[in-house]
Ligand binder design. Structure first.
Ligand SMILES: [Zn+2]
Ligand SMILES: [Zn+2]
Length: 126
């Protein structure tokens, strides 16, 4: 795929991820750039940034797609094995910098995992 062309639309989406470390749901993102680009463009940009190793994608509760900035990922090497935490109270999603031990399965090859822990975040507990 190569480097994402830095169009204005791409930059707008990138900026959202650069300026805070929080994960964003696709619904959230579309809302944030409303008026600047349509849904289809948002989906296309997210796809390309994901392929380039800039952001990663995972499923949150209610089957919603979430995106967050990758740490040290590249086009050829995604380190997406970390779990995510979603707060059932405020819906905030965090990337957890934990390593999850993937069990080795006989005669199977595991490519990705999608682990979502749910509960109350530190803000909601205090
Ligand atoms: Zn919370
Ligand atoms: Zn993450």
């Amino acid at each position: 795929m190569g480097i994402v062309r830095k169009t204005k639309a791409v930059n707008t989406v990138l900026n959202i991820f650069e300026h805070n470390n929080e994960a964003k749901s696709v619904v959230n993102l579309i809302e944030l750039v409303k008026g600047e680009m349509n849904k289809t463009t948002v989906y296309r940009i997210l796809d390309r940034l994901e392929q380039d190793g800039t952001i990663h994608c995972f499923n949150g509760k209610d089957g919603l797609k979430w995106y967050a900035k990758c740490n040290g990922c590249s086009e050829n090497h995604h380190y997406d094995l970390h779990p995510h935490f979603q707060c059932t109270n405020c819906d905030k999603v965090e990337c957890l910098s934990l390593e999850v031990k993937i069990p080795s399965l006989k005669n199977h090859k595991v490519d990705t995992t999608d682990i979502l822990l749910m509960g109350q975040c530190s803000d909601c507990l205090t």
